[in-house]
Write a protein that binds this ligand. Structure first.
Ligand code: KG4
Ligand code: ZN
Length: 342
């Protein structure tokens, strides 16, 4: 087994995307994702349907990834998988498949924390793009999590702030639903914001202790505001879709960036990264660059395909675990919630 440049096959199945990546050293040879359209009509992810779709997708996605990477199964040094956090039924599909494949190929398995994956996606070798230097701060914003993470080393991280209720992605998706957008509405708010005025409507920002976040008050505020306006004008939402999108996006970005700035000031760290599905948001990406210029930060923004859930981020995390000999055994199980540590 080559210790220098391990080839790792990684499986990510924590929510509604079945993804398989193949990594050689720090280079991604394949990163394929099968999404699940089945949830769209329900306005959110239906766990039972997600695990069934993972079962249908996993073999074809693995076959396609191996073909794309042009590697033989016998060349793979380890199988990585997302152990958690996520939807249990979905995680079980990836975990069970990884365990069987590792037995069949007689190679080790590596159990990866999904949230470490989002952060470490920054270390995928990407056309010489510069990588964050330790210690850095990472704002991880996804559909299930909103965290400010102090990253001391590849596998040494500490959550110093988190949401007390809804995640930032959830806030985008719930607001989007109120505006009549399909699930997941975050990207649609982003799209409509481009032609809207971010200052057209003002929403109250929450007061939260420490470096934490809260988005449930904003959700209620938006709902009450829309209900009130629709009493006067039933077409209010339709007539103001772009301005509403831009104002909601501006408020969420403002909430996130205010806390990030406080952390940077208090910890004296100017290496600032974002990660997770919401880091695909153009408002957040632009604002991070602007604030970076203003405050003298070095900012790190993942490529779009490494923002939302993907197996490449699981593979790169597994690579660092491989280097430290952090392997799991066949007794490992998927877990909906796991501690933020190795
Ligand atoms: O990281 P991710 O793919 O899955 C989780 O681990 O949750 O994040 C998905 C979330 C969804 O809430 C989705 O609406 C949001 O990321 N998202 C966006 C954008 N792209 C994805 N939110 C705002 N603007 C976007 N461009
Ligand atoms: Zn995620």
């Amino acid at each position: 087994m080559s210790q220098k440049e391990p080839i790792i096959l990684a499986i990510e199945s924590s929510c509604d995307d079945t993804s398989v990546a193949i990594l050689k050293n720090e280079t991604i040879l394949a990163n394929l994702i099968a999404g699940q359209e089945v949830h769209r009509v329900y306005g959110g992810v239906v766990p039972e349907l997600a695990s069934r779709a993972h079962l249908q997708n996993i073999v074809p996605v693995i076959e396609a990834a191996v073909q794309k990477a042009d590697v033989a199964l016998g060349d793979i040094d380890a199988i990585a998988f997302t152990k958690g956090p996520g939807l249990l039924g979905s995680l079980i599909v990836g975990t069970s498949f990884a365990k069987s494949l590792s037995l069949a190929l007689d190679i080790p398995i590596i159990d990866v924390n999904h949230m470490f994956g989002h952060v470490l996606a920054h270390f995928i070798d990407d056309d010489g793009k510069s990588k964050p230097k330790f210690p850095f701060i990472c704002l991880t914003v996804s559909g299930g999590h909103t965290q400010i993470v102090l990253v001391r080393d590849y596998l040494e991280m500490e959550i110093i702030g988190a949401t007390k209720d809804d995640a930032a992605g959830e806030a985008f998706d719930k607001a989007a639903k109120m505006l009549g957008f399909e699930y997941p509405g975050g990207p649609l708010i982003d799209k409509h914001s481009k032609s809207g005025n971010p200052f057209a409507f003002g929403f109250t920002k929450p007061r939260v202790d420490g470096y934490n976040f809260s988005f449930s008050g904003l959700k209620t505020g938006i709902m009450n505001f829309l209900n009130k306006e629709q009493l006067h004008d039933p077409n209010f939402i339709e007539e103001n879709k772009s301005d509403l999108s831009a104002s909601i996006q501006h408020t969420i970005v403002e909430i996130l960036m205010t806390q990030l700035k406080r952390v940077s000031d208090d910890y004296g760290i100017q290496e600032i990264a974002i990660a997770g599905g919401v880091s695909a948001n153009s408002g957040l990406r632009n604002r991070l660059v602007e604030d970076g210029n203003k405050f003298g930060w070095n900012v790190y923004i993942p490529r779009f395909e490494y923002c939302t859930d993907n197996a490449a981020m699981i593979a790169i995390t597994a690579k660092f675990m491989f280097g430290k000999g952090l392997f799991a055994d066949q007794s490992v199980t998927a877990r909906a919630r796991i501690p933020f540590t190795y």
